[in-house]
Design a protein around this ligand. Structure first.
Ligand code: LLP
Length: 403
């Protein structure tokens, strides 16, 4: 778990920009990126930042400045990446369950496309034949990931074309002279065991020889990050070593050497993010003490949706005696962030910080209960800069048609 920004820095940001507020520490994103590039140096590896984790345009620009490519999961993410200055050749669109129009739009923009259904592959073949290279997303039938909701490669998952249907992919490719340039798998999020990736590689090795023009294999994202004190992240140097070993024993005859692509989201931005809230009310009920903050699952849904654990600390009373608190939100739902969590004594108006909030935090926020989305601030070279203003009341009415 990373606490690179001090209590004093976070408190100053909360005082200046108000709460609730998301804070992103750019140097932390850089150090996570460096860990990947250093571990894989000398290998033919390309890193695509899975921007669904956090799409603020300033973060996209910063990730670009580090040298990363970007992986998108919707056409609007593709457009945001393009707006942030990524060249089409640096943008990957890994589609899932989308209408063919979006694929056509992505093709028009000239970005890499991974197609995840036979139906869209067929349409793509009919329309573009061999003229536009394409990747295919496979479902590897591997069960992995932190929990079932974020497990995407198992045999009941909606994602990808079942690996058992590879002959259908080949038939489609032959029929339309498709240029299948890459094979993609993504087994899930929060995968600590590097052997899951090795298993995926082995599955791919069984079918790669069936394809004649492959230029990349895309192993997806999903590296684990430590949410709890004492937890550890995916051992990236070990992963790099195992990937290297696996590929050194494999030969594939093609015009270009096979590239290996990865699409990390959480690994790059989770630990760089902090979410600061303020305590509105304290309420006692039997042995439970509720600390009600000015937020809810409208701002950070991970604890409620995935039972995810986020470390919570009291920025305003660090040295206070630790007591059990049930931290809840202010929306009309059971929006419990943590139950009986030991936190330094909480008073009303104290600031509570949630760590590891950079990935899928703001990005999954909503205006439920007509509450306003929080502000976003980035910290670069020790300076805090507003990168998204807090919603205001007009934002709630913006797209409504008042008759
Ligand atoms: N590539 C593909 C095709 C994906 O579907 C995903 C995540 C990633 C890459 C990046 O995975 P990451 O490195 O961030 O684990 N909202 C959930 C996570 C869902 C991830 C969905 N796909 C959470 O907050 O835990």
């Amino acid at each position: 778990m990373s606490k690179d920004l001090s209590t004093a820095q976070l408190t100053a940001i909360a005082d200046e920009f108000g709460t609730p507020v998301y804070v992103y520490h750019l140097e932390k994103i850089a150090s996570q990126y460096r860990k990947l590039t250093e571990a894989f140096s000398g290998q033919n590896v390309i890193i695509f930042y899975a921007c669904k984790a956090l799409t603020n345009i300033n973060i996209l620009r910063y990730v670009k400045s580090l040298g990363a490519n970007v992986d998108c999961s919707s056409i609007n993410e593709v457009k945001l990446a393009s707006h942030a200055g990524f060249e089409p050749s640096k943008i990957l669109y890994t589609s899932n369950g989308i209408a063919f129009d979006e694929i056509e739009e992505a093709q028009h923009l000239g970005v890499h496309i991974n197609i995840d259904s036979l139906s869209n592959l067929e349409k793509f073949g009919k329309k573009f034949g061999h003229s536009y290279p394409v990747g295919v997303r496979l479902r590897p039938d591997i069960l992995a990931g932190g929990n079932l909701k974020i497990s995407t490669g198992h045999d009941k998952s909606k994602f990808g074309i079942p690996v058992g249907d590879v002959q259908k992919i080949i038939d489609c490719a032959n029929k339309y002279h498709l240029f299948i340039r890459g094979l993609h798998i993504h087994t899930g999020s929060e995968i600590k065991d590097v052997d899951v990736f090795v298993k995926g590689i082995k599955k791919l090795f069984e079918i790669i020889p069936l394809f004649k023009e492959l230029e990349f294999v895309d192993l997806g994202g999903g590296f684990k990050v430590p949410y709890k004190e004492g937890d550890s992240e995916t051992d990236i140097p070990l992963l790099a070593q195992k990937v290297k070993e696996s590929f050194s024993n494999f030969s594939y005859q093609s015009k270009k050497p096979l590239q290996i692509w990865f699409e990390p989201g959480k690994y790059l931005v989770s630990s760089a993010g902090y979410f600061i809230t303020k305590v509105n009310v304290l309420k006692e009920s039997g042995t439970t003490v509720f600390a009600g903050v000015n937020s809810g699952f409208n701002h950070l849904i991970r604890p409620m949706f995935y039972d995810a654990y986020h470390q919570i600390e009291n920025l305003s009373n660090e040295s206070g005696a630790k007591k059990p608190y049930t931290v809840v939100g202010n929306i009309c739902e059971t929006d419990t962030f943590a139950t009986d969590r030991h936190i330094s004594e909480i008073r009303e108006n104290d600031y509570l910080v949630f760590y590891n909030a950079g990935a899928y935090g703001f990005e999954m926020s909503s205006n439920f209960n007509s509450r306003l989305k929080p502000a976003e601030v980035m910290v670069k070279d020790g300076k805090a800069i507003l990168i998204r203003r807090r919603d205001n009341f007009e934002d709630l009415l913006r797209n409504q048609v008042t008759l």
